[in-house]
Design a protein around this ligand. Structure first.
Ligand code: GTP
Ligand code: SPV
Ligand code: MN
Length: 617
């Protein structure tokens, strides 16, 4: 329990907001009072989620210097924000899973005793909203019309968070009413930037605290976040709820919460299939989800770009929904040449950019937005920038936050409360060597093994070194809300329970393999549709491939490369399965599997042995 014995009285204004709460859901009102007494905000605002509220808060953020209103010519009704240089990405070393036991968090998470953590953080939260407004944001992840809507309430002292949450989730009055009517369970998600203001003290454009805590309590389904205002650290419906807490919920309730995009693909004959893909942060989910197929007659429509919730229906078939309502996409590398669908969605406006660069005509730019580089910019840190500056103008983890409804290639099934049938799961990472362009797993267990041993070079999406190969199981390394060994077992159990024939087929892709001269072997982006076509035709039983020890890989004549400028050498490099490279990979895999000790499911040990034996042959 939160220690509120030192609780102080509320300001008259805050007291009034609680007495006039727009709900009579006692548990919620009580919680809001408890947090207000602890954090001491000047006032409390219950977010209604309306456009008027958004516009008012955005105006306040402009006055505070947090937002720059952009000129309407390129991005109407849009804003640019610039964060503190120390608050630019998720902070994995400050992220904690506070389960009752250390084993509950497992070897991949930071663990602290929940009572101890609450004590530590209660001290930090005490008085932390002084001089600020406390916002109460009722939200739902997934459809409000779902059979079992997944509710949350985020308390935050950041108006930037309120505006961003309005884009990323369904928030406000309708949610509050439906939730209150049934006294439905909701995840309590507490956030503070941790920067109280003394009487008369002037605020900074991006308040935050050097001391950061991103904390999940999986058993009590609570989130406590302190000190950061950025992305997944602060928009608590996203990684904290829809992945970390939801993965724990999913384990207990028999479903899956995954770091996956969801894509609808239609072939020239008009048949549609749904695939999801798990790639680590900044490894191409948004780009893949919004691809423009390079091959005639094929159509791609987006359902989700970051998070997938997979449930099983009464026929034991997997069905998937995207629980989010917006995109929080990596800006650099997203441009008219590579991702026109994303650019069109952003160009509809209503977008919040963070840490991109400002152009002289009141718009924004980032590396890769256009082939042409502007002569002059104000970079993300507020300095003059020219192409000669020798540093990126936008932060590598700069982002655009845009309503998903603005995506014109959005599949209408996105809105279906119970989602779409899932035909295939694709794993992928960023690897210069070893991992071929695409392979089809030999079985559910083999596919799970590939997911568990998925590896990728690190990116700017998390603070820390970039380009280091690390294991990132199912692209969920920083997002599994409990013991990863139990998470692997959960995947295997679902295969057992529903039967291999009902499970999605599993594929493994790598867009990032290099040729001997260091260039990308595969052109990527829209050309990835050629790989999707092979996967689709494999599902139909009409595509050929070669059996290898990593699964079925297309031979060079099995992949449709018509009209593609790719040399034989590049294609060979992309598709190559080398026993030598895999022999070098094995010690890393063994080391990784060893971290799970007794928790490593035996079926995965078997898969490892099969791989080791076949490499030697
Ligand atoms: P998160 O939002 O962090 O989870 O990332 P994401 O997986 O959605 O990544 P995103 O699609 O935003 O891509 C990140 C970076 O990878 C961008 O700079 C892209 O330009 C680059 N990228 C995406 N797809 C490809 C590809 O097919 N080939 C190559 N070479 N680069 C790609
Ligand atoms: C990721 O890092 O995987 C993201 C961005 O999608 S954030 O919301 O900051 O987690
Ligand atoms: Mn992500």
């Amino acid at each position: 329990m939160t220690d509120i014995s030192m609780a102080t009285a509320l300001t008259a204004e805050a007291e009034q907001s609680i007495n006039n709460a727009p709900t009579n859901y006692t548990e919620l009102v009580q919680w809001v009072r408890e947090i207000a007494e602890l954090t001491q905000p000047d006032r409390i605002v219950w977010a209604d989620g309306s456009q008027e509220e958004y516009d008012r808060l955005a105006g306040e953020l402009v006055d505070a210097g947090t937002f720059v209103r952009l000129s309407d010519h390129e991005f109407p009704n849009s804003y640019a924000a610039f964060s503190d240089p120390d608050d630019v990405a998720r902070v994995e070393e400050r992220t904690f899973i506070c389960s009752q036991t250390a084993e509950g968090a497992g070897p991949t998470n930071n663990w602290r005793d929940p009572a101890e953590m609450k004590q530590t953080m209660t001290k930090l939260y005490r008085g932390c909203m002084r001089g600020r407004t406390m916002y109460v944001i009722p939200f739902v992840m997934g459809s409000l019309d779902a059979k079992d809507p997944k509710y949350g309430v985020e308390i935050t002292d950041s108006a930037y968070v309120v505006c961003s949450m309005r884009i990323m989730a369904t928030i406000g009055t309708d949610v509050l009413e439906k939730m209150s009517k049934t006294n439905a369970f909701f995840v309590k998600a507490l956030h503070s930037v941790g920067a109280p203001l003394a009487e008369g003290q002037e605020d900074v454009p991006w308040p935050c605290n050097l001391e950061k805590y991103i904390v999940q309590f999986p058993e009590t389904r609570e989130i406590w976040s302190f000190g950061s205002g950025y992305g997944g650290n602060a928009l608590l419906g996203k990684k904290c709820y829809a992945l970390r807490i939801a993965s724990a919920l999913a384990h207990d309730e028999g479903w899956m919460a995954e770091h996956m995009l969801v894509l609808k693909v239609t072939n020239p004959a008009g048949k549609s299939r749904y695939v999801s893909a798990a790639f680590p942060s900044a490894c191409g989910k948004t780009n893949f989800a919004m691809m423009e197929p390079a091959i005639d007659g094929w159509k791609a429509e987006m359902i989700g770009d970051d998070i997938a919730w997979i449930r099983f229906d009464e026929n034991n078939k997997a069905r998937v929904v995207n629980p989010e309502a917006g995109l929080f996409g990596v800006a650099p590398g997203t441009g008219w040449p590579t991702n026109p669908n994303a650019m069109r969605a952003i160009a509809e406006g209503n977008t919040i950019f963070t840490n991109v660069a400002l152009t002289d005509d009141g718009s924004v730019w980032w590396e890769g937005k256009t082939d042409e580089v502007p002569e002059h910019l104000i970079d993300w840190q507020g300095n003059d920038w020219t192409p000669e500056s020798g540093r990126p103008a936008a932060h590598p983890n700069s982002r655009f936050c845009t309503p998903i409804s603005q995506v014109d290639m959005l599949a209408e099934e996105y809105y279906a409360p119970e989602g779409v049938p899932l035909d295939a799961i694709i794993f992928g990472g960023r690897r210069k060597t070893t991992v071929p362009l695409v392979s089809e797993a030999k079985s559910w267990e083999h596919g799970v093994f590939q997911g568990v041993t998925l590896s990728s070079e690190t990116t700017a999406a998390a603070k820390g070194a970039v380009g280091v190969v690390r294991r990132d199981p199912m692209a969920m390394l920083p997002f599994i809300g409990y013991n990863a060994g139990d998470y692997f077992q959960h995947w295997l159990d679902l295969g057992q329970k529903y039967g291999a024939e009902n499970m999605p087929k599993i594929y493994y892709v790598n867009w990032f393999r290099r040729t001997a001269d260091g260039g990308f072997a595969w052109p990527g982006f829209g050309e990835n549709s050629r790989v999707v076509k092979w996967i689709f035709d494999r599902l139909e039983g009409t595509a050929e491939g070669e059996e290898t020890f990593v699964g079925t890989v297309p031979g060079k004549d099995d992949l449709d490369v018509s009209g593609l400028e790719i040399s034989d050498e590049e294609l060979k490099a992309a598709l190559n399965v080398s026993a030598g490279e895999w022999a070098q990979e094995l010690p890393g895999i063994d080391q990784w599997l060893a971290t799970f000790g007794d928790k490593l499911p035996p079926a995965l040990k078997d898969q490892r042995d099969i791989l080791a034996r076949s490499i030697q042959q």
